[in-house]
Design a protein around this ligand. Structure first.
Ligand SMILES: Nc1ncnc2c1ncn2[C@@H]1O[C@@H]2COP(=O)(O)O[C@H]2[C@H]1O
Length: 200
């Protein structure tokens, strides 16, 4: 028996789902993962269909205010994009909490955990407001590399851009701290000199 349809005639279910997902008349799609990924600046090098394919590897999760996302020193395997709400990053030394920074809608966290083998979280993260995030984990990335090598190389390219941007931010913070440290040293030296003069 001859085949009724050739391969080219067969319906591509993924394409249908994709066309459905980008239909502006379907309001509920405003909250779907491809729609949220489309708003993500680092993924701008991916086309609509690629974002749709990528969304298969992402998960959406909500957190209540005060819920811990991860703790400093935990083994980290997930990378998160903030959809709404706010995250506080902090570190603890001798039982004392030090604020590191706040992250908001469209910020990212956990990229090192996704990319580095055996990475331990450099800081703790807590939801400081009701929070919604998209997350991708190492097993998702490994599956994507096997199933969609082209897509995963574009995603990893976006991730490397993000890591470079963060490196620039951290380098700027280190420069600022060095200048502040050197100013403080000058002040301490001046105070010590004055004290020595007064003691004589
Ligand atoms: N100073 C900082 N500014 C912004 N983000 C940070 C800072 N320090 C740590 N992070 C983020 O917090 C995350 C903690 O988990 P990771 O170490 O995987 O990746 C880290 C970064 O994404």
């Amino acid at each position: 028996m001859t085949e009724k349809y050739s391969k080219e005639d067969q319906i591509d279910i993924n394409l249908i789902k994709f066309l459905w997902s980008i239909n502006p008349l379907i309001k509920s799609n405003k909250v779907t993962i491809p729609y949220l990924l489309r708003e993500t600046v680092i993924l701008r090098n991916l086309g609509e269909f690629e974002l749709f394919q990528l969304s298969k590897y992402f998960h959406k999760r909500t957190y209540e205010k005060g819920e811990v996302i991860f703790k400093e020193g935990d083994f980290g395997i997930g990378f998160y994009i903030i959809v709404s709400g706010r995250v506080e990053l902090y570190t603890e030394r001798s039982g004392k909490k030090f604020h590191v920074t706040n992250l908001e809608r469209r910020d990212y966290l956990g990229e090192i955990g996704l990319l580095e083998e055996g990475h331990k979280r450099s800081v703790s993260a807590v939801a400081s407001e009701p929070l919604e995030m998209l997350g991708i984990f190492k097993p998702d990335l490994e599956l994507m590399i096997t199933e969609k090598p082209g897509l995963s190389s574009k995603f990893l390219q976006a991730m490397s851009e993000l890591v470079v941007k963060k490196l620039h931010i951290l380098a700027r913070e280190i420069r600022k701290l060095k200048v502040e440290n050197s100013d403080l040293n000058d002040e301490v030296n001046a105070l010590n000199e004055e004290k020595e003069k007064n003691d004589q």
